[in-house]
Design a protein around this ligand. Structure first.
Ligand SMILES: [Zn+2]
Length: 403
């Protein structure tokens, strides 16, 4: 236990503090996947690296001016930059979008229409029809640029306020966002000419998925996953340096084991990225091999400093269900959690495979109110490395039960 604790601390410090940015296309993201690969190799795992074409994105800020008045705006992540002028029109409801006469104008989206973060155009896992409709209407409108005034929406946008309504490198209308209260002030400029500059650029980059493999006697394998990327601007301690650390601890715990089932440890790159590139790549590569998967265990958000680790089971066959219950009962810091779907286990569920999703009880209890996810507050101080070791130990014991 002691040595695992030291390993956990070392990995977490590396991901959260030595690096500190792990968004796709960043240098830190590449360092993280390299580190992950090296540790796996050190413990005797065979590794595979799959290259992903991704986009990095930078901004030097945005300026919005109406006459002598300036408003505080931020470039929407992955948006194209702009330096334009145009008349301001405000729209608060999707039903008004079609006839708003937006051609060559700048539109302020506020109120109801700006209540949610819009799923990226090409995001396949969850994409409500009204989101796609909204993007289509905007693209057809000939609008020059979009300003969205947003409030708080922790369940979709994490703890970010204001949240970017658009975070989509495939959507090519330049956009910025502002606080809802600032948006109310901007309403006084409707009908006037605005100047908008967003100093944002898209930069073609690469990233990779890393898969570690250890052979076993049987054919059906167990795939343990955690996303290694983080949102831009956050160290992503809970989301998801802890999950990746659990994978590394498992690689160490299992290093000398004789396995009944082959085990795959997958660092997915893209859970917090508009195109989910790593997940899409994995699905493409595994298209004909999902049936060989006995079980997925996905770890995302484990190790919050308070409360237990939560294990949610999805469609487990009876033998696995029994082992699952045994482990939950035996480990006082593990509880059985409710089903939740905003994670990479959904990939396996969509392909008809059973899964277990592991996170912190605290996250599930505070989904609607917490203001940490995707912000700089998600740092080393909110996690407890001992809880990360406990979660890894529980998963290890569980694996030994079904081996
Ligand atoms: Zn996550």
């Amino acid at each position: 236990m002691h040595s695992f604790s030291a390993s956990a601390k070392k990995h977490l410090k590396y991901f959260c503090e030595t690096i500190s940015e792990r968004h796709l296309g960043s240098q830190g993201n590449k360092q993280a996947t390299n580190y992950f690969k090296k540790v796996l190799q050190q413990y005797g795992w065979e590794t595979e690296e799959s290259l992903l074409k991704v986009m990095d994105w930078k901004t030097e800020g945005a300026i919005l001016q109406c006459g002598k008045q300036f408003f505080e705006v931020f470039s929407s992540p992955y948006s194209l930059g702009c330096n334009i002028e145009g008349k301001l029109i405000a729209v608060d409801n999707i039903s008004k979008l079609h006839d708003a006469g937006l051609k060559n104008k700048i539109v302020l989206l506020h109120g109801e229409i700006a209540a949610e973060q819009i799923m990226p155009k090409n995001f396949v896992f969850y994409n409500p029809e009204h989101h796609q409709k909204l993007l289509q209407l905007l693209e057809q409108s000939g609008v020059k640029a979009i300003i969205s005034a947003t409030g708080k929406n922790p369940s979709l946008a994490g703890g970010v306020y204001p949240f970017p309504m658009f975070e989509d490198g495939d959507f090519d209308i330049p956009s910025v966002f502002m606080e809802d209260t600032e948006g109310e002030k901007l309403l006084t400029c409707v009908g006037q000419r605005l100047k908008l500059e967003s100093r944002a650029i898209r930069i073609p980059e690469t990233a990779s998925n890393i898969i570690g493999r250890k052979p076993g006697h049987g054919k059906q394998r167990i795939v343990v996953t955690a996303h290694i990327d983080a949102k831009q601007g956050t160290p992503g301690a809970l989301d998801n340096a802890t999950g990746v650390t659990v994978l590394l601890l498992l690689s160490e715990m299992l290093k000398d084991s004789d396995l009944k089932h082959p085990v795959e440890l997958v660092a997915f790159n893209g859970e917090d990225y508009y195109a989910a590139s790593g997940q899409m790549k994995y699905i493409e590569q595994q298209a004909n091999h999902f049936d060989d998967i006995l079980l997925n265990i996905n770890i995302d958000g484990v190790g919050y400093k308070e409360g237990a680790s939560s294990f949610s089971a999805f469609d487990l066959p009876e033998t696995i269900q029994n082992a699952f219950q045994t482990i939950i009962k035996k480990n006082t810091n593990s509880i059985e959690g409710p089903p939740w779907y905003q994670g990479d286990h959904s990939i396996f569920l969509q392909h008809g495979r059973p899964a277990i999703a592991v996170t912190s009880e605290w996250i599930l209890q505070n989904m609607e109110t917490q203001n940490i996810t995707h912000t700089e507050r998600d740092n080393f101080s909110i996690i407890d490395h001992r809880k990360v070791v406990e979660a890894a130990t529980a998963i290890h014991e569980f694996l030994l039960q079904i081996f």
